[in-house]
Write a protein that binds this ligand. Structure first.
Ligand SMILES: [Zn+2]
Length: 507
């Protein structure tokens, strides 16, 4: 195949076979695990899928190479390189490259992405990305006539169509697993889903749907501090019965309550949107900070994270803003969010204040870099970005230390609020989603809700109230949307969209 003047169709076929063999182990692994048992039927179905994949990719590659050999080669080698990186992530983290995962990746900043760098990734890149690309570029391709092109691609289409028709009885199965199959088929998983992501993003970026005006019904001074957790999962909080003491401070604090809750999604953008919206919706309704700000509540937002819907308030402080104000050794950690917290509250001229602190403490894979050394309570800790290389104990130790640090952060917020007795105050801590730490060989988060394990959606919902403020209902399983209505209630904001059954406080 190195000889000069290979025909376009032959090169396309070879590249399609290479593509199927090199990058589809996870795809076929999934098919084997989820298809009907019964040796012969399974084998036949498996064989059909392999054939279908080879023919379908041949069809696409043949088209690219026929339109322009140079463009075709560039496109194919780009695919090989991206495929190699994708397969690395699929193997290392058990993820699927569906639309929401693509959204996560595109929203990841350079600082976060550098934390994924590893030698194994370089190995994948060279062996499965760069080498096949070099081979492709060394082949000199001989043009075929358009007549040959139409005959051969027509033949490929015919084969594809017959394979689909012959396997019509499997269409239900394919439909049921379309998300997973689509997320594992290279190069279509990331290319189609990236296109879909941008199309949907453009639709979403239309203006948020405004909510009906609200009124503040009294002049009592009150504050809500909403702390949005990142990848914090319920089961690792000792408040929820975890055997290791990850909440040494909160467990000793009066007026701290915890409730069972599930997130509506397993990735940041959707989880944060749910925490800020009054109901579940694929549209974008006016989010809590914007709504309250428009209705005369003072709103302060401090963040070391990303991925929230557009926030339209005057006191928005990004990590960079906070860095210029923060002093001390720990400005590289989430306590930077506490910079000037009390001062900012005292500078407010309104009676009602909402503070949102969007944390990033438990974000993987480098859990051990998310807390100051003094919080390394559980050892040894995993320091590799390849989580599956760490012992389960070391991985969980590192994660648990992030929870101990979160415990400290929440404690500090409570101390600040206690020192402002002129306000009735409350702290709400709700996570955007949970996290997998190697259970069922899954790591991190982001699986579609339909197949996500409970570790990825069982989240902590922790509440502290100041002595003279409110009592709590005996809430059963909560959702992230309870935040919106509870904050309205606590700040005595009356609104036509308020739902009493979604409020966690007693009257
Ligand atoms: Zn998140």
């Amino acid at each position: 195949m190195f000889k000069n003047n290979c025909r376009t169709s032959h090169v396309a076929l070879w590249m399609s076979i290479v593509n199927t063999v090199l990058y589809h182990l996870p795809f076929f692994n999934f098919v084997i695990q989820h298809s009907e048992t019964g040796a012969l039927r399974q084998l036949l179905f498996f064989f059909t899928l392999v054939l279908l994949m080879v023919v379908a990719n041949f069809f696409a590659f043949y088209l690219f190479l026929s339109l322009s050999r140079r463009v075709g080669k560039t496109l194919l080698s780009t695919f090989f390189i991206l495929n190699a990186i994708s397969v690395y992530f699929i193997y290392s983290y058990g993820v699927i490259l569906d639309e929401s995962m693509i959204g996560n990746i595109l929203n990841t900043n350079t600082e976060e992405s550098s934390s994924f760098f590893s030698l194994t990734l370089v190995f994948y890149l060279v062996l499965f990305g760069i080498l096949p690309s070099i081979v492709l570029w060394r082949i000199s391709i001989q043009r075929e006539t358009w007549k040959t092109f139409f005959i051969r691609s027509g033949l490929a289409l015919g084969v594809m169509l017959s394979l689909v028709l012959l396997n019509a009885n499997q269409l239900l199965w394919i439909d049921k697993h379309s998300k997973q199959l689509g997320g594992l088929a290279m190069p279509w998983s990331y290319s189609v889903n990236t296109a879909l992501f941008y199309v949907h993003q453009a639709q979403k970026n239309q203006k948020e749907i405004l909510l009906p005006n609200a009124t503040i019904t009294n002049e009592e001074k009150s504050i809500v501090v909403l702390v949005i957790g990142e990848s914090a999962r319920k089961q690792n909080f000792s408040l929820y019965g975890y055997e290791k003491n990850t909440n040494p401070l909160l467990s000793q604090t009066k007026n701290v309550y915890h409730f069972d809750a599930n997130s509506s999604a397993t990735y940041t953008t959707a989880g944060v949107k749910s925490i800020l919206e009054y109901k579940d919706s694929s549209d974008l309704y006016e989010i809590l900070p914007n709504y309250l700000y428009r209705n005369q509540v003072d709103v302060i937002w401090k963040t070391t994270n990303w991925g929230e819907p557009p926030v339209h308030i005057s006191r928005y402080q990004s990590k960079e803003n906070l860095r210029s104000l923060c002093e001390g050794d720990n400005c590289g950690y989430d306590e930077i969010l506490l910079t000037n917290l009390k001062e900012d509250i005292l500078a407010s001229t309104q009676n009602k204040i909402l503070v949102v602190l969007h944390t990033s403490t438990s974000h993987g894979p480098t859990y051990n870099t998310k807390y100051p050394p003094a919080f390394e309570v559980f050892t040894p800790v995993c320091t590799s970005v390849e989580l599956s290389n760490c012992s389960s104990e070391a991985l969980i130790n590192a994660y648990d230390n992030t929870i101990v640090y979160t415990d400290y952060l929440l404690h500090r917020v409570i101390e600040d609020l206690k020192s402002l007795p002129q306000f009735k105050s409350t702290l709400l801590f709700v996570s955007d989603h949970g996290e997998s730490l190697g259970e069922k060989n899954l790591y991190m988060h982001g699986l579609p809700m339909r197949i996500a394990p409970k570790e990825q959606y069982e989240i902590p919902f922790i509440v502290w109230v100041s002595d003279d403020s409110k009592k709590l209902k005996s809430n059963s399983l909560l959702s992230q949307h309870h935040v919106f209505h509870s904050v309205l209630h606590f700040l005595s904001v009356e609104s036509p969209i308020y739902q009493e059954e979604m409020n966690i406080f007693e009257n």
